[in-house]
Design a protein around this ligand. Structure first.
Ligand code: FAD
Length: 804
C-alpha cells in the first residue's frame, strides 16, 4: 500500500470492483481498492447472481444491458471465469393489466434499442421451462440475454482485470476515518493513512457509516432477502438444456436453475429491514436465520408454480441483506460540498447494474460527466428530507414489497407521505384536491368533485379524465388557480450576481423588471436546465426551475460559483399561486392598485395583492394570459383565499398539475425529464432558440457553437397527433415510419381543448417533417400518428402574449 493514490475505492464488493476496473480502463491506474475483509465479504458473496433486462427507468435498463455485455469482456481480460450461464429469461404476467403492461414494456425496450426481446405465449413459456406450471399465465416476455453468473468469480474478474491494468487491491484493511483536506481526502485505515484526491463510497452494507465518516447522511437501508436452493429435481436431470431465468411477477418470485435443482428467490410482501444504520463492522460471511413463516404466501405460490418443489427438499436457505435507496435505484455521483467524495452505493442489483454504475462513475470522475443520462441514479435526486430514518424505512420498505407489484402511472403510493405540505394544503384538500408527491412535497394533481371519488389505477385514460378536462376548460375559457409552491426558486444577489448568471446561462439575461427562458448547458453542450431567470430590478435575481432538481441544480451552481455572489435556495420559504386564463388579469385588477395591466408578457414586478406584497411574473406554462404570484409561506393561505374570493365572479376554478400537463402539451412546451434531459443538446430540443450567440463566454458555448455550425442534430423534438381512442402515449413508446423505428415519445397525453391525443417525440430529422405519417405503440398497440406543426392550440401565441 502506498501513501498516495489518485483515487481510493472503499469496498470490495461487485460495485467497488467494477468502479476500480473502469477507473483503470479509462486511464486512471494510480488507484486502489480497500477492503475490510476479503473481496465479496458484503452482500456480494451470497447473491443469486441473476441478471435480467427489465427496469422501469429506460436509462438504467440501458446500463444494465451494458453490464451484461461487459461480463464476458472482464472474464477474458482477467482470465477469471465469471461462471456465465446465459440461459435466456422470461418475465411472466398473470393478470390482464400486467400482460398489457408487459406488452407495453416490450415496446419501451425497442425504443431504447434492446432488440433481443420478444413476447411469448403461455404455451411457449411452458416449453421453455418444462418444470413450470403455466396455470394462470397470460403471456410473457422473453429476453435472450438473461441468466446468471458465479458471484465470487465475477467480483474477482472485475478486480483481476483492474489489477492487470495497474490498479491495486488491498484486503484485510478497514477504512476507519475520512478527513477532508486541501485537495482531497485523508483516508485513515488499519494499515496506515493514505492521501488521495478522490474517495469512492462503495461500501455496500456499510455505506451508511462510510457516508457518516464524511458527514453525509445517505438515504439507504439494508433489507433482508430470502432464496432457497432445492435438492436435485429429477425432471431437470432429464433435460439437455438449462431452464431459463424466470420471473413470476404475480408470484413474487424469481427462479433459476442451480446445478440440477432450482434457486427460488422471493420478494417478501412482509418485508424486514436489517441494521438501518449499517451492518456491524464485525459482520462476516454470515446470514440471517431463514423465516419461512413470514414468506408463507409467496412460498405457496412458488411451490404451485414449480410443482417439483413439492416433491424434493430444500438444500440451502439464504436470508441475507442488501441495500436499497427510497426508489430502489443506486446512489451514484458526487456529493455537494464534499469535493472528491463519490458515491457508488445503494445498488440493489449489483451483478446486473454494477457494470453500468462503474462505467458512469468512472466517466464522471475522469471526464466530469457520465456519457449517459444517469439522473435516475444520481445521489442528488434526493434532498435533505430523505435523510430521515422513518422516511428511509417507509420508502425502502415500500419499494421492496412492491418490487414485483405493478404500479400504474396514475397511482400515488403512500410511503413517506405527506412529508412537506404547502400552507394552503388543508384548504385545498377540503376543496377536493388529490395529491402526488414530488421531492417530498405534496403537489395538487386535480380537484375531485366529491369526497368518495376514487381514481382507478390504469394504464389507459382514467376516470379522472373528465375532471381534468373541466379544469383545462376553465383555464382556456375563464381562469384557473394553481398552487405553484412546487417549483424551485433560487435567489441570486451580490455584486457578482449578474456576471455569474451571464456565465452559467446560455441565454441573454433579462432587463430589470423582466423574466427570460434560460437554457443552462454543461461543458459538453448538453442541457443542464430549462430555467427561467427573473431580474427583479433591485439587484436580486431569481432562477426558477423544477422542484425535484433543487439539489441537483444547487450542486451544479456551487461547482460553478462566481465571486461576490450570494445564492440561496428559497423554494420552501417562498411559495405561490398562478392564475391562467383570459380572466386572470380581471381578477388581479380587482386586487391591486398597481399597474398590473401594463405588465407585458415576461414582465415581472412587486405588487400589492389584497393585503399582501407579492412578486408577480406574467408568464404561463398553460399558454394563456397568466400570472405567477409569489409570496412567503406564511402568506400562502391568505393569498389563496384572496384570489378565490376575487375570482368567483370570473368563473375561477382551482386546478392541478394534471391539467397543466395537458395544457402545455397543446402548446408543445417541453418539460424536464421528458423533452429536456441532460442527454440532449439545446439544438435537439429547440432550446437553442434562446441561446445568445453574441454574448461572450458562457458554460457550454464552444460545444453549442460546434453543434450550430455543424450538420445539425440527427434527431429533433416533434409534435405528433395520434389516432388513439382510450389511452394516450406517456413516454418512451417507439415511433415508427413504416417498419422502421425512427425515435420515441418523450411525453404524451390528451389535449382537452383541441380534442386530440398528442405527443412530443424525439425522432429522426427526416421523419420530423410536418405531415409525415407515422405510428406509435400505445400500451402495446400500434396507433396511426402524424407530425403536426408545433402548438396545436393558439399557434400564434395570441392568448399568451395578448396586450403585450
Ligand atoms: C439473498 C440475495 C440475493 C441477491 N441476488 C441478486 C441477484 O440475483 N442479482 C443481483 O444483481 N444482485 C443480487 N443481490 C444483490 C447484490 O448482492 C448486491 O446488489 C451487491 O452485492 C451489492 O454490492 P456492493 O459492492 O454494493 O456491496 P457489498 O457486496 O456489500 O460490498 C461492500 C464491501 O465493502 C466493504 N467495506 C465496507 N466498509 C468498509 C470499510 N470501512 N473499509 C473497507 N471495506 C469496507 C465490505 O467488507 C464489503 O466487501 C442479492 C442480494 C441478496 C442478499
Amino acid at each position: 500500500m502506498k501513501s498516495h493514490y489518485r483515487a481510493v475505492v472503499i469496498g470490495g464488493g461487485v460495485v467497488g470492483a467494477s468502479v476500480l476496473y473502469h477507473l483503470a480502463k479509462f486511464g486512471w491506474t494510480d488507484v486502489c481498492l480497500i477492503e475490510r475483509s476479503v473481496l465479496t465479504a458484503g452482500s456480494s458473496w451470497h447473491a443469486a447472481g441473476g441478471f435480467h433486462a427489465l427496469n422501469a427507468d429506460p436509462n438504467i435498463a440501458s446500463l444494465q444491458a451494458y453490464t451484461i455485455d461487459l461480463l464476458s469482456e472482464i472474464e477474458q481480460e482477467s482470465g477469471q471465469s465469471v461462471g456465465m450461464h446465459m440461459t435466456g429469461g422470461m418475465t411472466l404476467a398473470g393478470t390482464p393489466d400486467r400482460w398489457e403492461w408487459l406488452q407495453s414494456a416490450y415496446r419501451t425496450f425497442q425504443s431504447i434499442g434492446i432488440d433481443d426481446c420478444r413476447l411469448i405465449t403461455p404455451q411457449e413459456a411452458g416449453e421453455l421451462c418444462p418444470i413450470m406450471s403455466t396455470e394462470g399465465i397470460l403471456g410473457g416476455m422473453w429476453a435472450d440475454r438473461e441468466g446468471y453468473v458465479d458471484t465470487t468469480g465475477t467480483v474477482h474478474a472485475y478486480a483481476g482485470a483492474a489489477k492487470k491494468r495497474g490498479a491495486e487491491v488491498i484486503e484485510h484493511n478497514r477504512v476507519l476515518e475520512l478527513h477532508q483536506v486541501e485537495g482531497g481526502w485523508q483516508v485513515v485505515t488499519e494499515k496506515g493513512t493514505i492521501h488521495t484526491e478522490h474517495v469512492v463510497n462503495a461500501a455496500g452494507l456499510w455505506a451508511k457509516q462510510v457516508g457518516r465518516m464524511a458527514g453525509i447522511e445517505l438515504p439507504v437501508s439494508p433489507l433482508n432477502h430470502h432464496y432457497l436452493i432445492s435438492d436435485t429435481i429429477p425432471e431437470l436431470e432429464q433435460l439437455d438444456f438449462e431452464v431459463p431465468m424466470t420471473v413470476d411477477l404475480e408470484g413474487f418470485t424469481y427462479m433459476r436453475q442451480d446445478q440440477k435443482g432450482i434457486l427460488l428467490g422471493i420478494y417478501e410482501i412482509d418485508h424486514e429491514h436489517w441494521m438501518v444504520d449499517g451492518a456491524p463492522w464485525e459482520y462476516g460471511f454470515e446470514l440471517q436465520q431463514e423465516d419461512p413463516d413470514r414468506i408463507e404466501k409467496e412460498l405457496t405460490l412458488g411451490f404451485e408454480r414449480y410443482p417439483a418443489l413439492q416433491e424434493v427438499g430444500v438444500k440451502t436457505w439464504v436470508n441475507g441483506a442488501f441495500t436499497f435507496a427510497p426508489d430502489g435505484n443506486p446512489l451514484v455521483g458526487p456529493v455537494r460540498g464534499k469535493p472528491g467524495y463519490w458515491c457508488a452505493c445503494g445498488v440493489m442489483a449489483g451483478f446486473l447494474q454494477g457494470g453500468g454504475v462503474g462505467k458512469s462513475l468512472a466517466e464522471w470522475m475522469i471526464h466530469g460527466e457520465p456519457e449517459a443520462d444517469v439522473f435516475g441514479m444520481d445521489v442528488a435526486r434526493f434532498g435533505d428530507y430523505a435523510q430521515n430514518k422513518r422516511f428511509i424505512k417507509e420508502t425502502t420498505g415500500q419499494f421492496y414489497t412492491r418490487r414485483f407489484v405493478m404500479t400504474y402511472p396514475n397511482e400515488q403510493l403512500p410511503a413517506g407521505r405527506p412529508l412537506k405540505k404547502a400552507p394552503a394544503y388543508d384548504g385545498m384538500t377540503a376543496a377536493g384536491c388529490r395529491w402526488g408527491a414530488n421531492y417530498g412535497l405534496e403537489l395538487p394533481l386535480y380537484f375531485a368533485p366529491s369526497e368518495d371519488f376514487v381514481e382507478t389505477p390504469t394504464l389507459k385514460r382514467s376516470n379522472a379524465f373528465d375532471i381534468v378536462a373541466a379544469e383545462c376548460k376553465a383555464v382556456r375559457e375563464n381562469v384557473g388557480l394553481l398552487d405553484i409552491s412546487g417549483f424551485s426558486r433560487f435567489e441570486v444577489s451580490g455584486d457578482g450576481a449578474e456576471a455569474w448568471l451571464d456565465k452559467i446561462m446560455a441565454s441573454k439575461l433579462p432587463a430589470p423588471g423582466r423574466a427570460k427562458l434560460a437554457p443552462m448547458l454543461g461543458h459538453d453542450g448538453r442541457m443542464k436546465g430549462d430555467l427561467t431567470v427573473f431580474n427583479w430590478g433591485d439587484g436580486t435575481w431569481w432562477i426558477m426551475g423544477s422542484y425535484y432538481l433543487r439539489e441537483w441544480h444547487m450542486r451544479w451552481f456551487q461547482d460553478h460559483m462566481g465571486e461576490n455572489v450570494t445564492l440561496r435556495d428559497i423554494a420552501d420559504a417562498t411559495v405561490g399561486f398562478s392564475l391562467s386564463g383570459p380572466n386572470s388579469l380581471k381578477v388581479l385588477e380587482k386586487l391591486t392598485d398597481g399597474p398590473i395591466g401594463d405588465l407585458k408578457f415576461m414582465g415581472c414586478g412587486t405588487f400589492n395583492i389584497g393585503m399582501l406584497r407579492c412578486k408577480v411574473g406574467r408568464l404561463s406554462v398553460a399558454g394563456e394570459l397568466g400570472y405567477e404570484i409569489h409570496c412567503s409561506a406564511a402568506e400562502h393561505i391568505t393569498l389563496r383565499e384572496t384570489l378565490l374570493e376575487a375570482g368567483t365572479e370570473f368563473g375561477m376554478k382551482e386546478v392541478g398539475f394534471n391539467a397543466l400537463l395537458s395544457l402545455r402539451l397543446e402548446k408543445s412546451f417541453g418539460i424536464w425529464s421528458a423533452e429536456f434531459t441532460q442527454a440532449y443538446t439545446a439544438g435537439q430540443t429547440g432550446m437553442d432558440r434562446w441561446i445568445d450567440w453574441d454574448k461572450g463566454a458562457f458554460v457550454g458555448r464552444d460545444a453549442a457553437l460546434q453543434e450550430r455550425d455543424g450538420n445539425g442534430p440527427d434527431q429533433l423534438v416533434a409534435t405528433l397527433e395520434i389516432d388513439a381512442a382510450d389511452a394516450d402515449a406517456s413516454g418512451y413508446e417507439p415511433v415508427w415510419n413504416g417498419d422502421q423505428r425512427v425515435g420515441f415519445v418523450t411525453s404524451g397525453g390528451y389535449g382537452h381543448t383541441v380534442g386530440k391525443s398528442l405527443a412530443m417525440a424525439m425522432i429522426d430529422r427526416d421523419a420530423a417533417q410536418e405531415g409525415t405519417s407515422l405510428s406509435v405503440h400505445i400500451v402495446g398497440a400500434a396507433r396511426p400518428a402524424k407530425v403536426i406543426a408545433p402548438s396545436p392550440y393558439d399557434p400564434t401565441g395570441t392568448a399568451m402574449r395578448g396586450g403585450s
